[in-house]
Design a protein. Structure first.
Length: 380
């Protein structure tokens, strides 16, 4: 079962990065529409803040030219995503679509009275593209100040949201995943050697458990396209994979899960499109040394559309950013200041994901198609 543990270990690490646990949640600010703040920020960085509402921190180097920013309260925010509700007002940051060379930090104040029975760490920063759907961002909650912070790669609509169910564990929690795991070994001065393994998995839980199952459930059957998934008691998941480092996932293809839940869970059929790119880190290479005092530039191949999540993790210390899938991002010495010397992992994730809106399933259930590449380095 070594190969299953290897790849599902990468999947668990991704889940730690991009998913969290978690209230009818609607805030009436009574102030109507209008511009809340406006300022011009350039290459030196800066901050836009309205006390009690939001704070946007633009680090030096995130822009290469002066940009006139405005922030407005959206007086007609529209419907929340199914299973979630607003825990703050909806803010429109302009210019719409403005991108940054490095991510910026957006902190939103939320109303804890909107959370119902949910813990405060269930709050997330969500973004909504123009004409698109709401999407959660990796977020950090400061319960002492009732604030949530997310890393923002471009401007759009933003709001703090929390699950709207009054009872944690309301419905079966489900995670459906199509994974391409990439391990890159040093190439002796040339390109790295790639070991690529594909795995499809599904798990069902009586509790909301985005990471390892806490109350694993078994259903009658699970399939994805033409493959039947088999129950693996060691990982409490349904899994399909071919021989070690055997590829069968095709970039850009659709993958449909069909679940016969029997007496355990509702039946469902859900389709996800796999990303068209499979990026992997080319520098630093596995076993390279990273100077904490100098920072590190991470470079990757097969860049293209969308964004990637880059994570540096050593023990319980984690630093994650979402950046454009353009092939390069620099972690500064400040980004790495919380890390101590020793072994660490640089993890690159590129994925499509959405939450399931199926009656009988918990609203944090999701389906994801993702590329995960982990590179081991030494911090000194």
């Amino acid at each position: 079962m070594r190969k299953i543990h290897l790849l599902l270990g990468l999947a668990v690490l991704l889940t730690l990065v991009v998913a969290g646990c978690g209230g009818d949640s609607t805030t009436d600010n009574g102030m109507g529409d209008g511009t809340l703040a406006a300022d011009t920020i350039g290459a030196a960085g800066g901050n836009i803040e309205v006390t009690g509402e939001f704070s946007l921190d633009v680090p030096p180097g995130a822009l290469d030219t002066d940009v006139a920013f405005t922030v407005e309260r959206n007086g007609s925010p529209g419907a929340e995503p199914t299973g979630y509700g607003y825990a703050s007002d909806v803010y429109t940051f302009s210019p719409d679509g403005q991108t940054f060379l490095t991510p910026v930090s957006l902190t939103l104040d939320y109303d804890p009275a909107e959370l119902g029975a949910w813990p405060e760490d269930s709050v997330r920063v969500w973004c909504r593209e123009t004409g698109g759907d709401w999407t959660p961002l990796p977020s950090v909650v400061n319960a002492a100040s009732d604030q949530v912070t997310g890393q923002v790669a471009h401007f759009t609509d933003f709001a703090a949201m929390a699950p709207e169910s009054d009872l944690p564990g309301d419905g079966v929690f489900c995670a459906l995943s199509v994974d391409k795991g990439i391990i890159a070994y040093p190439g002796g001065g040339g390109p790295p050697t790639l070991l690529i393994s594909d795995v499809i998995s599904a798990r069902f839980d009586g509790d909301v458990a985005p990471c390892d199952p806490s109350d694993p459930l078994q259903v009658d059957s699970v399939s994805c396209n033409t493959w039947g998934l088999e129950w693996q008691s060691e990982t409490s998941r349904y899994v399909h994979m071919d021989d070690m480092y055997e590829e069968f996932i095709v970039l850009g293809d659709d993958y449909t899960f069909t679940v016969d839940g029997g007496a355990t869970a509702p039946d469902l059929e859900e389709t996800i499109t796999f990303p068209a790119d499979a990026p992997y880190v080319t520098s630093p290479q596995t076993y390279d040394t990273v100077d904490l005092s100098a920072g590190v530039t991470v470079e990757w191949a097969d860049d293209g559309d969308g964004t990637v999540f880059l994570t540096v993790q050593s023990g319980l210390t984690v630093h994650t950013v979402e950046v454009p899938n353009n092939g390069s991002h620099t972690f500064t010495a400040g980004d790495l200041s919380a890390f101590s010397p020793g072994m660490a992992a640089i993890v690159l994730n590129h994925y499509n994901r959405r939450y399931l809106t199926v009656v009988g399933y918990h609203p944090e259930s999701f389906i994801v198609a993702k590329v995960t590449n982990a590179t081991q380095v030494f911090l000194e």
